[in-house]
Write a protein that binds this ligand. Structure first.
Ligand SMILES: *[C@@H]1O[C@H](CO)[C@@H](O)[C@H](O)[C@H]1NC(C)=O
Length: 348
């Protein structure tokens, strides 16, 4: 629809007083048309939860997923009242995901202590896997072999401490959910402050992981609930990017979405309302019972492993965290589980 409207405008542009739409606007509106104006998803039941293995984990959270040679590799947070760490597991079929053995990453050089919200990708220029996560700072570990979970290096950080731009705005919030995506020239590091802001730093691809710039505010909202945390940024076509941000709605967590022709923005609204979300309880039909009202922190299954974080907008599957809404315990003790939402794109 947007295409036709712009074409009509272009045709009428000779009329005096009617501003000619800029070519960039025209391209900008076309890019979103691979996405429907309304998203509809189906979801599985809860597939993966904590194991009864003496670790006392309350929730499995914040999954990052890679599909490589028909094996799904998942990195996730382990949550309990005492704190967070990370877990790795793999499987070839989602119906077996719940049976996959857990490798707790505190057994690798990643070590014990606060580590959470991982993102995994292969940084092709260095032939290394990167695991990006939070440890109070924005941290990363590397590994030449994703199948060897013991091979992850000790945490290093992207910044010396909390960048001033974030520190100055953090009262009442938390600095969380780091996310790296690279284009041909730069690698960008996004993070959130649970306080209404999404931040972005960058460094040349040739310098990554060093040299991250002082962050800039990529997006912000007056109500922190409308720009909360857990951002995902993907490349969905050449020079086209999708931004998802997890927000707090009236009945639970949901995702807003935007598109851009540049990772540095500006971002144009796609489905960006609780009443018309990218992904949330209001547009997910469950194949079993509705086991969660929150569709929370996770990620789309990509079509590449590399730093470009490419996805196919025609075949979107989102691995998310959900939670039984009737359980009433402290936030870190919530029994989060992982479920898979699948999108049928009528535009494809
Ligand atoms: C799956 O995970 C185990 C650790 O639990 C690891 O030893 C194995 O190499 C992984 N398999 C693949 C195919 O990556």
């Amino acid at each position: 629809m947007t295409n036709l409207k712009h074409l009509a405008l272009l045709g009428a542009a000779v009329v005096p007083g009617l501003a000619l739409p800029k070519a960039a606007d025209f391209l900008d509106s076309r890019q979103a048309s691979v996405f429907p104006s309304k998203f509809e998803w189906t979801s599985t039941d809860a597939l993966v939860g904590p194991k009864n293995d003496g670790r006392g984990i309350a929730g499995i959270k914040d999954p990052s997923i890679i599909l490589k040679d028909n094996v799904y590799h998942v990195f996730a947070s382990t949550a309990k009242d005492e704190g967070y760490n990370l877990v790795y597991f793999n499987f070839t079929n989602f119906k077996d995901a719940g049976k996959a053995p857990f490798y707790y990453l505190d057994q690798s050089s990643i070590g014990t202590g606060y580590r959470a919200a991982p993102e995994v990708f292969y940084f092709a220029p260095q032939k290394l896997w990167y695991l990006v996560y939070q440890n109070g700072n924005a941290a990363y570990s590397t590994n030449p072999d994703i199948s060897n979970p013991k091979g992850w290096t000790a945490p290093k950080t992207f910044y010396n401490g909390t960048p001033k731009t974030i520190e100055d705005r953090l009262t009442g919030g938390y600095w969380v959910d780091m996310w790296v995506i690279c284009d041909d020239k730069n690698c960008h590091l996004f993070s959130s402050d649970d306080n209404g802001r999404l931040y972005r730093s960058q460094t040349p691809v040739s310098q990554f992981p060093n040299g991250m710039s002082e962050p800039v505010i990529a997006m912000e909202e007056k109500r922190k609930e409308d720009m909360f945390e857990a951002s995902n940024i993907y490349r969905y076509a050449s020079g086209k990017y999708l931004l998802l941000v997890e927000c707090i709605g009236s009945t639970g967590r949901y995702f807003r979405s935007w598109t851009s022709t540049d990772i540095a923005g500006p971002w144009k609204p796609l489905a960006d309302k609780e009443s018309n979300p990218f992904l949330g309880a209001s547009n997910v039909k469950f194949t079993g019972k509705q086991w969660t009202k929150s569709i929370s922190h996770g990620e789309l299954i990509r079509t590449s492993h590399d730093q470009t974080l490419s996805i196919d907008p025609c075949k979107m599957r989102y691995l998310y965290q959900g939670v039984d809404p009737t359980v009433d315990v402290s936030y870190n003790s919530l029994p989060w589980r992982l479920g898979l939402a699948e999108h049928k794109n009528p535009a494809c």
